[in-house]
Design a protein around this ligand. Sequence first.
Ligand code: AHR
Length: 692
Amino acid sequence: MQHTHLIRKYPSTLTGLLLAVLGATTTPLFAQSTNSETAGSVSNAPAAIPVLQIKADQAVAKASPTLYGLMTEEINYSYEGGLYGELIRNRTFKANPTNAVYWNTVGNGSISLDTTAPLNEALNVSLKVDASQASKDSPAGIANGGFWGIPVKPKTEYHASFYAKSDGKFSGPLTVSLANTNGKTVFASAKVAGITGDWQKYEVRLTTKNVKPSKDNRLVITVGGPGTIWFQQVSLFPPTFNNRPNGNRPDIMQLLADMKPKFLRFPGGNYLEGNTIETRFNWKNTVGDISQRPGHLDDGWGYWSTDGLGLLEFLEWCEDLKMQPLLAVYAGYSMRQPHVAPGADLEPYVQDALDEIEYATGDVNTKWGAQRARDGHPAPFPLNYIEVGNEDNFDRSGSYDARYTQFYDAIKAKHPNLQIIATARVTTRTPDLTDEHLYPNSEGAMEARAHEFDNHARTGPKIFVGEWATRVGAPTPNMAGALGDAAWMTGMERNSDIVLMGSYAPLFVNVSNLKRDERGRLLPDDSMQWPTDLIGYDALTSYGSPSYYAQQMFSTHHGDVILATDATDIPMKAGPSTARRGSGTNQPAASAQQLPAVFYSVTRDSSSGTIYAKIVNTLGMPQPVKIEISGVASVASSGEAVVMKANSPDDTNSITQPTHVVPVTEKVKGLGASFTREFPPYSITILELKAK
Ligand code: AHR
């Protein structure tokens, strides 16, 4: 039996079966030919070798150049404790209204939060340090252990800064040091004198010698004589990517850069909406000098954000990685509060969105463009995409249609070229794109959806898959997750005439503290709120999961046209069962059924002629596939294969084994217009075929 994604036809029986299995309500799936009647095994009869017929002269559509991007929000300590360079936890003392959490006293001193001596309206509390018992031989002060540690690296310059004032009698000096947790090793230290009775900012550089990298360290500030001192915004930055002040961690930025992402969807996710209007991402509070940013409770994910990584920093992140911003604007819906009524009540939020767009794109003569210039970035940022809200289908009142319309009309009136993305069904306007999210909780459930766009209508709004992930593996996906993800990506890529953009979520997780209670529930101060995240890190190092590498493979071998490709005799395997793998789900359980075991998509770089054949073998056995290429004069006999494989679907990467499962590029011989290649068990392969 033959199947094709070009002739969008399928036998109703198998399609119906698959739809029933998946609980799908919209899109029919492709029929697949099968060699196996037994779930999970290949039959004893000699299996026909699957054949992939690539019609190299038939470009069915342009491959969307913006397909592979990133989605981000403050979750799992993504920014503070992650990408954002700040190393001090609770630097503004606002993480808890009654306690100076994450701060410790050193020596015979005491600390308390003080609202009577604020730095300013935004940072309206300070840390009072009573060091009246301090002496030269018995210094007293404060220490902060960062986000599960402070990284100390050899020959590295750290930038420490803080606001301080004294009772007017004490003038210093303060000793600022980077020391290990037991205080026995001081890696770098500096003195700060001239403390007065008025708030002033102090800055020092701390440079380490040729020390061994470590993370069980603290920033310590002490006095060697009696005094009372108040502190605010105590900060410590390591070198940042592109040396940006208030910038990002280089190792994580490099991981992202290596994915060659085309866009960044920000600032959320739930982080955009907050549980209440008060706790939404209120962008106007996230720009300007960081000492003027009040911060807010990220109550969707349960911890404080200083908003040090604010709107400008998101845009600069895009600039650094040459990605387009995809700016999600607050649309009057928070997760635990009735929505703002469309009409006059919604108008201030629409205006906020227009101002936000002006901040990003306006010239320096506009109000918000001028603010951006004052913030250090006179040049406007390119901006093509605005998303109105996030997952507004959860607003069961049905108000989204009217809210979207109000935003759409106001934005299009001023910025007719902006593409405006809807997050739920709307009928009053035609969105430029609609954002769809999916988080299947098994690789089979994800693989079962890999064909869902094949028969999707080619008219109507384009599709942005703004959040997708196979939720298998924690804290980061394992090879099973990567296989599900790769299968899904073949579907997005094959259909990237309508699926213009896609982004995995969540992007980041701090893996330092993954403790659970006896029922597996997250404990307070856990560093992960959502298991199965693309990139993991602790204070010192970071790593990409197998899914990260799968995306990197796809994104860096993209091509610009989708080639007509037929397949025959694709083997079948057991589909998702009621037994769940991984944790968390928003998908219905499905009973065991038959699914394709091999997935593919074929694109071509029309300028060089190179054909990229992506083949995902989800089976635990080698799978030969015959590849036939028509419509070209010749195919070189040697080429390259990028292969990521694992011995087991449970194989994964971690802080201690960061590159256990990674792609390997190999030279391949014996290629041509017709050849057979064996694809390893549990593997994702990209064949680069030089065709003329
Ligand atoms: O990616 C995690 C969360 O999943 C996002 O914040 C939200 O949009 C979705 O429900």
